[in-house]
Design a protein. Structure first.
Length: 84
């Protein structure tokens, strides 16, 4: 579980570097039957930066996750949402 939290914290840190309001980026880690899910929530104006043009940025973040999880044998998915 500690490794999952470390990976989640790394993804959240990367996301905070990409937005205009880093303090408002919140990452929620949940466990499901399919594995772990990191849900990134950000301000409406920053969600677009996290998703990127044509979803390129989100795709890149999702590409990094399996590489980060490979040595630990984990499966983590990423979900990006607007803060409420």
């Amino acid at each position: 579980m500690e490794k999952v939290q470390d990976i989640a914290q790394a993804v959240i840190s990367i996301a905070r570097l990409m937005v205009d309001h880093p303090a408002e980026v919140v990452g929620v880690l949940t466990e499901t039957s399919m594995g772990s899910v990191i849900q990134l929530r950000a301000r409406r104006s920053d969600v677009g930066k996290l998703i990127g043009k044509g979803g390129r940025t989100a795709k890149t973040l999702r590409f990094l996750l399996p590489a980060m999880c490979a040595t630990a044998g984990l499966q983590i998915t990423l979900d990006i949402a607007q803060r409420e």
